[in-house]
Design a protein around this ligand. Structure first.
Ligand SMILES: [Zn+2]
Length: 127
């Protein structure tokens, strides 16, 4: 294996989980400061000595994460049921064409929870 880069981002988003019992707190509209962690794997550029420029990753991430930041996730196509699982997979497939070295995406909805999506063999664009 070559190198692995991780870069963390944060967005603020609102959501509710529409398939839960009404007594479940997540069935109500509420907000999270979601942390998004991108993990890239690949080989070093022999001249530059890095896998990918963190600054470039930040610029790409800003474009993708703007689709979710300060928005109601349920209103976004593909995120009608915005669990951490669905958010991490949605983000993976948004980022993959822009960051071919992307290996996995993790989403933390609180500092104590984390969900990771990594495609399985057979999924489209399997790395
Ligand atoms: Zn929640």
């Amino acid at each position: 294996m070559g190198f692995e880069l991780k870069q963390h981002f944060q967005i603020e988003s609102a959501r509710f989980l529409p398939h839960l019992d009404k007594n479940h707190p997540c069935s109500r509209m509420h907000g999270h400061s979601f942390k998004v962690i991108l993990v890239l794997r690949g080989k070093l550029d022999p001249k530059l000595g890095w896998l990918r420029d963190y600054h470039e990753i930040s610029q790409i991430a800003a474009k993708v994460l703007d689709k979710l930041d300060h928005r109601v996730l349920n209103e976004i196509s593909g995120l009608e049921n915005p669990t951490s699982e669905n958010i991490s997979a949605w983000l993976y497939w948004q980022f993959k064409p822009l960051l071919p070295e992307l290996f996995e995406v993790s989403v933390q909805e609180t500092p104590l929870t984390e969900c990771t999506f990594r495609p399985s063999a057979g999924d489209p664009s399997y790395p």
